[in-house]
Design a protein. Sequence first.
Length: 107
Amino acid sequence: MQYINRFNVLPHKSEAFRDWLKKNDKLLHEGMPEGWQYLGTWFTVRGFGRYDCEMRYELDDYAVLGGDFGSDALQEAWLEILDSLAPNLGETYLMKSAEDISIMKGA
């Protein structure tokens, strides 16, 4: 199951955010909470899309949504860059593939 978070970056901060992602790539992959796997971050291009960025994670199951926030190092790294991200909530999706989804009869 994928957890997808879409959000905006403040004006003139996209390059700093991209550089932060590159610098912290290993930490994003290895410092995630148990049951979370960082899949990557995508940027919209040429004005296509409502939001500037999308971060994707693979989740083991629903229970990990109530878990911790990852390693202390990862939390400290996030504090370095939060002032570059827009304070709006953006959009968050929890998605399953067509092969994995259970659909109620008649839905």
